[in-house]
Design a protein around this ligand. Structure first.
Ligand SMILES: NC(=O)c1ccc[n+]([C@@H]2O[C@H](COP(=O)([O-])OP(=O)(O)OC[C@H]3O[C@@H](n4cnc5c(N)ncnc54)[C@H](OP(=O)(O)O)[C@@H]3O)[C@@H](O)[C@H]2O)c1
Length: 337
């Protein structure tokens, strides 16, 4: 199941990225592909007046409701699994075998802290928890922003295909961060629920020997790549928050459907700094993952190609709309593109 899930996710990311890459190639004979992909990808200010097969752009908040619920579920179950089954602090006096948990031969507590569980496996599970925690921080922020910061105009729409792509993205992205341990976490959760039903709430709670310090301090045993990745993630996260505040403030003193030139923060150098910041955020996740997971690289490849494509269109729109648009601004990559 796990290998199947990983293969499915990788195939999905490649299938979603390829049309964007092909449509971005600078060959005139690819114009029909470019136009088709653009028709599906356009939203908000870059979308034409046609409302066929579109939904309001404020439906973006559906993505983040889904993302928060799904990421929280994955985070809580993976974190519980990591804490109870493969903690970073091992007890040298307990020696039951790692395999016994798969054969169902012993109770959870009996193989908890077993030193026979390979350290590499423990790291990989705790890394997944770490990545899901970062993802949670991002999707909660985005949910708050779509509700309280952005002032979507009543005319802004997105193609229904773009809407479905967004729902796919926020299902597949958190899953990609923990797909290597998904089967174990799934079995652990199903067993936990079954145990809870059979034993009843009171007895099941008695089995929980919960050490909150250990629950959190296991992260301190992760490697330096995780912390560099987290620093990169928060660098992008902070700038995206600032750029979204700037975008949200543009309509405080003007009409709801009016577009103006944004200024400040990374808007000084690029037209879509919030997209650039999103790329930095996902680059942080790649680094924090250790950089050796192909599924996470493919997820990153989709994010980059999707946002570079959208940013190129946004930049063209700004240049056409405003004669006084700052000429030194690039589309998304400072000083280059
Ligand atoms: N991970 C991914 O693959 C992915 C994909 C898509 C988006 N995202 C993220 O989601 C966030 C939002 O993306 P988006 O495409 O919805 O951004 P957007 O099109 O720039 O719109 C964001 C909000 O700002 C308003 N706005 C934009 N430019 C404006 C201007 N010049 N004047 C006045 N208001 C302006 C929009 O108004 P209207 O309501 O009138 O449009 C909308 O309310 C971004 O940070 C992006 O990185 C991520």
């Amino acid at each position: 199941m796990e290998v199947g899930l990983v293969a499915l996710l990788r195939t999905a990311w490649i299938a979603a990225t390829l049309p964007l890459l092909i449509a971005s190639l600078p060959f005139s004979w690819l114009n029909p592909v470019h136009k088709t992909v653009l028709a599906f990808a356009k939203r908000g200010k870059t979308m034409s007046s046609s409302r066929r097969f579109t939904v309001p752009q404020k439906f973006f908040c559906h993505f983040y409701v889904l993302a928060v619920v799904w990421t929280t579920l994955l985070l809580v179950t993976t974190w519980m699994y990591a804490y109870k089954i493969v903690p970073m602090y091992v007890d040298p006096f307990l020696y039951p075998t790692f395999a016994s948990r798969f054969t169902g031969g012993s109770h959870i507590i009996s193989w908890r802290k077993s030193p026979s569980v390979p350290m590499g496996y423990r790291y990989s599970v705790w890394r997944s928890v770490f990545l899901l925690l970062l993802m949670e921080v991002q999707v909660v922020k985005r949910l708050i922003e779509t509700i309280y910061v952005f002032k979507y105009s009543s005319t802004a729409r997105m193609h229904i295909f773009g809407y479905l792509t967004g729902l796919f993205f926020y299902t597949a992205a958190p899953l990609s961060l923990c797909c290597n341990n998904f089967l174990e976490v799934y079995n652990f959760s199903v067993n936990g629920v079954a145990e809870f039903i059979v034993k009843g709430k009171k007895n099941a709670m008695q089995d929980l020997d919960f050490d909150s310090l250990e629950f959190i301090s296991s992260f301190l045993k992760l490697g330096w790549l995780q912390w560099i990745g987290a620093a990169l993630f928060f660098w992008g996260w902070i700038h995206q928050r600032r750029c979204h505040e700037i975008l949200g403030s543009l309509r405080e003193h003007s009409e709801q459907n009016v577009y103006v030139i944004p200024h400040g923060d990374w808007f000084k150098i690029v037209s879509s700094p919030h997209y650039l910041a999103e790329i930095v955020i996902y680059a942080g996740l790649v680094v924090a993952s250790g950089g050796a997971d192909l599924t996470i690289w493919l997820l990153f490849g989709f994010v980059v190609s999707n946002l570079v494509f959208a940013a190129a269109e946004t930049h063209r729109w700004y240049l056409q709309k405003f004669k006084s648009y700052p000429r030194n601004r690039r589309a998304i990559i400072p000083f280059l593109y």
